[in-house]
Design a protein around this ligand. Structure first.
Ligand SMILES: [Zn+2]
Length: 112
């Protein structure tokens, strides 16, 4: 089994970065241990990715065999619209989904 901590992405300011959409500060702590996602840590306010749920077949019927496959499938679906899925009041005025995604792939090319 591959180490799931590869899904804990941080930028140079130490902010947690959503592995699905790149939204910064998506979680108050790292959401992955070696073994997988921790349920209850966070739901990304931008794309609604939920570690331990969207990447876990016992939790979500949409989850795939691996976290990476689940992530790719989730991102592919979300990328069709690049919509803000969370509460409107949490949406930053300058939110730019494309920019966050580009930044994610700079920080974590292995998640592309
Ligand atoms: Zn996200």
């Amino acid at each position: 089994m591959t180490d799931a901590r590869q899904f804990n992405i941080r930028d140079e300011e130490g902010r947690t970065i959503c592995p699905a959409c790149g939204f910064p500060n998506y979680a108050y702590r790292d959401a992955y241990t070696e073994r997988g996602g921790l349920i209850g840590v966070t739901i990304c306010p931008a794309c609604f990715w939920e570690p331990g749920f969207d990447d876990h077949q016992l939790a979500s019927a949409a989850a795939k065999d691996t976290i990476m496959e689940s992530l790719h499938a989730y991102r592919a679906e979300w990328s069709k619209t690049l919509e803000w899925r969370g509460y409107e009041e949490r949406k930053p005025d300058n939110w730019d989904a494309k920019q966050h995604l580009d930044r994610l792939f700079e920080l974590a090319p292995h998640l592309r």
